[in-house]
Design a protein around this ligand. Structure first.
Ligand SMILES: CC(C)(COP(=O)(O)OP(=O)(O)OC[C@H]1O[C@@H](n2cnc3c(N)ncnc32)[C@H](O)[C@@H]1OP(=O)(O)O)[C@@H](O)C(=O)NCCC(=O)NCCS
Length: 268
């Protein structure tokens, strides 16, 4: 297990515990993991006590698919246990996402001073540190290094690097539920979009995001993607829509133990 975790002391401890839990539970198809903490694909995989137990052990845990009519009950149940709920809209896209990605990649490219790099086992620690610093500066917590480098699960992390080897934008995608999960095994998580404020508006996110989707299809055969967006995060919503994802009838609900993470949230 490579010790490559990011963020504040609390965030690094959370990611380290998540990685440990993934080693313990990763073979069990009722759990999901994409490099932050082990969670549950949905309430049918474990009830609220189960989610709360995962959050208590790790500091945070997530239901990835909650029907909208259950959101208020689940929020209240999380709060009743002294834990903090965080509700995101679940944006999803399958064929529409790949079609949009293909069209974007055919028409857009990175500015010529930037190079696209895919992380792998040989990526230098300095480049990964530059990615983490930029993403964290944007409020986005990167998954653990083993996932970003594609060493643990089918996963892709792309960065745009300037001529001084500084990372100025990033996107990632990873397997999420267990591959044998009956409903969600074929759906990958996609996200970790962040762009250095000095380079925003240059289409870096759409280009990297589109390439990440296509790479997940080409290398691992994924054809269905999802991400969580905080309601009101306008740039994120615009990018998801540009990439053929849409908001459906599900939410993603995070459950965080404020004793482990004082802010009550793991990432943006
Ligand atoms: C979201 C973020 C990654 C966008 O990065 P970016 O590289 O500037 O985005 P792009 O230039 O690729 O923009 C893509 C589209 O979003 C639109 N967009 C970008 N910022 C926007 C804003 N603030 N409001 C509305 N639309 C916006 C662009 O106009 C573009 O649409 P278009 O192609 O139709 O013109 C960046 O703002 C960021 O790092 N935000 C903080 C972290 C964050 O919220 N990440 C998402 C977590 S879910």
């Amino acid at each position: 297990m490579k010790d490559e975790f990011f963020g504040s002391d609390d965030q690094r401890a959370l990611l380290r515990r998540g990685r440990g839990m993934a080693a313990v539970l990763g073979q069990n198809q009722r759990y999901s993991y994409y490099g932050r903490t082990v969670g549950l694909p949905g309430p049918e995989d474990g009830d609220i006590d189960h989610l709360a137990a995962l959050a208590t052990v790790q500091g945070s845990a997530t239901y990835l698919t909650v029907p909208l009519n259950q959101v208020e009950d689940i929020k209240a149940s999380i709060e009743a246990r002294g834990l903090v709920p965080m509700v995101y809209d679940k944006w999803e896209g399958a064929r529409s996402a790949l079609a949009a990605a293909r069209q974007l990649v055919a028409t857009l490219s990175l500015p010529e001073d930037l190079t696209m790099v895919q992380l792998d086992a040989s990526t230098s620690d300095g480049h990964v540190a530059s990615l983490a610093e930029m993403a964290l500066g944007c409020g986005v917590l990167p998954p653990c290094g083993e996932v970003l480098r594609g060493l643990l699960r089918p996963a892709v992390c792309l960065v745009a690097m300037d001529r001084s080897s500084k990372v100025v934008s990033c996107a990632a995608s990873s397997a999420c539920a267990h591959k044998d999960h009956p409903r969600h095994g074929g759906q990958a998580w996609w996200g970790m979009l962040a762009t250095d404020p000095a380079r925003r508006g240059q289409r870096l996110s759409v280009v990297l995001g589109a390439q990440a989707l296509l790479e997940m299809e080409t290398r691992f055969g994924f054809g269905d993607f999802m991400t969580g967006v905080e309601p009101g995060n306008a740039p994120s919503e615009v990018i998801c829509a540009r990439l053929g994802l849409s908001r459906g009838s599900f939410a993603i609900i995070g459950c965080t133990d404020p004793r482990a993470l004082a802010s009550g949230r793991m990432t943006k």
